[in-house]
Every structure is written in C-alpha cells, then in structure tokens.
Design a protein around this ligand. Structure first.
Ligand SMILES: [Zn+2]
Ligand SMILES: [Zn+2]
Length: 144
C-alpha cells in the first residue's frame, strides 16, 4: 500500500495538520446555511474520506461535528464515527485533482454562480441521508 496517495492539509496558522490517505469517497459542493455560516464563504467545497483514512495533529476546538483551530479559526474537518469531511481549500496543494461530483442546496446558490458542469444537482441534501429540514430531497434532473 506504499503507493496510496496521501494528501496533507493544515490550518492557516499551522497549529493543526492533517493527512488523508487514499481517494475520497465523494466530492461535493454545498450551498446550505450551515456551510455558508461555518466557512463564511458562499458555498463549501469538500471531500469525504472514511474516518480511518484521516489523521490529525494539533489542538482543535469543535462545534458539534465541526472542528476548527482555536488559534486562527480555520476549519479543520467535520468528523463522525464513519467519515471525515475535509474542506478542499484546507489541503496544502492547489489546485487539487478533486472535482465535485454533486452540488447541494442549489436553491441557495448565489445568482452570480453557475451550476458546476457535470455535477449532479440537488435541491437539498443527498437522498438517503438524514435531512434536518425533512424536505423530500430529489435530484433536480428528476423535476420536470
Ligand atoms: Zn490555526
Ligand atoms: Zn452544507
């Protein structure tokens, strides 16, 4: 497994470092309220790895599943028992080779942004996931 790709990332001040190994499970863009508020940008671009593929060092604070550097405020990762979601912008190398496969909450997308080519478009969260708003999620391609 020595040829497994490893991507490194860090926070702005360098107090938190992390490594993700192997290819991500999925790559997405999200325009939801939480992503906008948490990052301060108008959408988030992230990739999700199995939890065991993620290793971090340094001190983090957390808010729910979201972790961040308490010194500089940069987001670190969104973690649960199964998965680690990493903001693509926190990786050390740019540009990355990570291309979004889907786009969530597209109704909240800024009017000056366009849908991302070849990314599956969803009105809300991905189908099959718990959705706090309890709105029936479905791909826009299924709507008329
Ligand atoms: Zn920091
Ligand atoms: Zn979101």
């Amino acid at each position: 497994m020595s040829d497994t790709i490893r991507r490194t990332g860090s926070c702005l001040c360098g107090g938190v470092h992390f490594v993700v190994s192997g290819q991500p499970l999925r790559i997405g863009l999200c325009h939801c309220k939480d992503c906008r508020k948490a990052g301060g940008s108008v959408f988030s671009a992230y990739a999700v790895w199995p939890r065991e593929a993620f290793e971090a060092s340094g001190i983090v604070s957390s808010y729910g599943n979201r972790s961040f550097c308490p010194t500089c405020g940069s987001r670190a990762a969104w973690l649960d028992d199964d998965e680690a979601e990493v903001a693509i912008g926190s990786l050390d190398v740019a540009p990355t080779d990570l291309v979004p496969q889907y786009e969530l909450w597209v109704g909240r997308r800024e009017n000056w942004l366009h849908s991302f080519p070849e990314a599956e478009q969803f009105e809300h969260d991905r189908p099959g996931l718990p959705n706090a708003d309890a709105v029936e999620p479905r791909p826009l391609s299924d709507v008329g």
